[in-house]
Design a protein around this ligand. Structure first.
Ligand code: NAP
Ligand code: GDD
Length: 349
């Protein structure tokens, strides 16, 4: 029997890798996408085939986590074996500027999904994209037993989602799990998250297209892993015998400054000659240090990450230098719209 999965947030970094993984395992994959005035499917275009074809395995459906009725209809129609709820307003800094929207999407969106599962009467397994941001001000190492202390509207919304997922597991016997994922990156990472912002800047500076990049707090420590390995962990959580919550992390924490240093050095550049400070990239409350302990996932799921932040810096610089070489002017124009080149265009992200 072909398994069916529904992925919200399929157009995002994780959604695209998860769709690839599920298709490679023979799943029929359904994705929720938002209607936009321009195409927003660049990360999954390579997976898409004409839905009229008998070989089609990927199906996209318009919808939004703010529209509960639509979610019920979709779930009842698709009747998936597994649901991966990855959709969210996922940018921490932006959540201070759009706290209400973040609460609606990143928080209430989860209860709409869970209610859609319940009201549609389907039998499915449910993955919730929880986050190491939940730990916030609690010092590392952090594992499943570490107390939460959220430090942003984003983290507070994810905290609600974490507990409501657990509540539906206990109240209704739903196979629902929280994946508490530490930062994970890739060449598909959104351009305004710090790793990708840095590696794109390195590529542009190396090519002589810009001189500087403006950054915020360089002292923050993050445990950066590789996104394709993390979506494998998500899938493993839904294959377990019993539902449980799991941390996914490499256990290696490095500062933003060290990531900068490695990324610039890898391209033969000195970061101190190109990095400038702009306070707009600071957050009203910062998360100083996240370093995860993923012993439970390693022991119970056999999940082992192999790429840490230092290796990622090099991998992502190589990918951005190659992308610039390949896409040329179009890539540069995209760069020009990004915040490091013209900070006033994009606001404080
Ligand atoms: P991402 O690249 O920002 O993707 C977010 C996805 O959510 C996109 O597909 C976006 O659609 C969709 N989305 C946003 N608002 C929506 C709405 N109202 N209705 C329907 N879809 C909506 O995020 P990611 O890095 O792949 O992360 C995936 C999930 O894991 C997120 O929930 C994130 O908070 C969480 N997480 C991420 C990390 C990490 O390090 N990457 C760590 C822990 C947890 P558009 O393409 O149309 O914008
Ligand atoms: N974005 C950004 N831009 N961050 C900067 C900058 C900058 O110019 N300068 C310094 N930083 C610091 C931030 O203050 C933060 O401490 C760190 O770099 C990482 O920032 P992000 O890459 O934006 O990620 P995040 O850690 O806030 O959130 C990401 O990881 C969470 C899991 O811990 C997101 O993917 C969240 O969705 C995810 O839940």
């Amino acid at each position: 029997m072909t398994k069916r999965a529904l992925v919200t947030g399929i157009t995002g970094q994780d959604g695209s890798y998860l769709a690839e993984l599920l298709l490679s395992k023979g799943y029929e994959v359904h994705g929720l996408i938002r209607r936009a005035s321009t195409f927003n499917t660049a990360r999954i275009d390579h997976l898409y085939t004409d839905p009229h074809s008998p070989d089609a395995k990927l199906f996209l459906h318009y919808g939004d986590l703010s529209d509960g009725a639509r979610l019920v209809t979709l779930l009842a129609g698709i009747d998936p074996d597994e649901v991966y709820n990855l959709a969210a307003q996922s940018h921490v800094r932006v959540s201070f500027e759009e706290p209400e929207h973040t609460a609606d999407t990143t928080g209430s969106g989860t209860i709409r999904m869970l209610e859609a599962v319940r009201l549609s009467g389907i039998k499915t397994r449910f993955y919730q994209a929880s986050s190491s941001e939940l730990y916030g001000a609690t010092p590392p190492p952090q594992n499943e037993d570490t107390p939460f202390y959220p430090r942003s509207p984003y983290a507070a919304a994810k905290l609600y989602s974490y507990w409501i997922t657990k509540n539906y597991r206990e109240a209704y016997g739903l196979f629902a799990v929280n994946g508490i994922l530490f930062n994970h990156e890739s060449p598909r990472r959104g351009e305004t998250f710090v790793t990708r912002k840095i590696t794109r800047a390195v590529a542009a500076i190396k090519a002589g297209l810009q001189e500087n990049v403006y950054m915020g707090n360089l002292d923050a420590i993050r445990d950066w892993g590789y996104a394709p390995e993390y979506v494998e962990g998500m899938w493993r959580m839904l294959q377990a015998d019993e539902p449980n919550d799991y941390v996914l992390a490499t256990g290696v924490g490095i500062t933003v400054r060290e990531f900068l240093q490695i990324a610039f050095e890898h391209a033969g550049l000195d970061w101190q000659e190109h990095v400038l400070f702009d306070e707009r990239y600071l957050r009203p409350t910062e998360v100083d240090a996240l370093i995860g302990d993923s012993t439970r996932a390693r022991e119970k799921l056999g999940w082992t990450p192999t790429v840490n932040g230092r290796e990622l810096a090099r991998l992502m610089v190589d990918a951005d230098i190659e992308a610039l070489r390949h896409e040329g002017r179009a890539w540069i124009d995209k760069v020009n719209l990004q915040s490091w080149k013209t900070p006033t265009v994009q606001g404080s992200i």
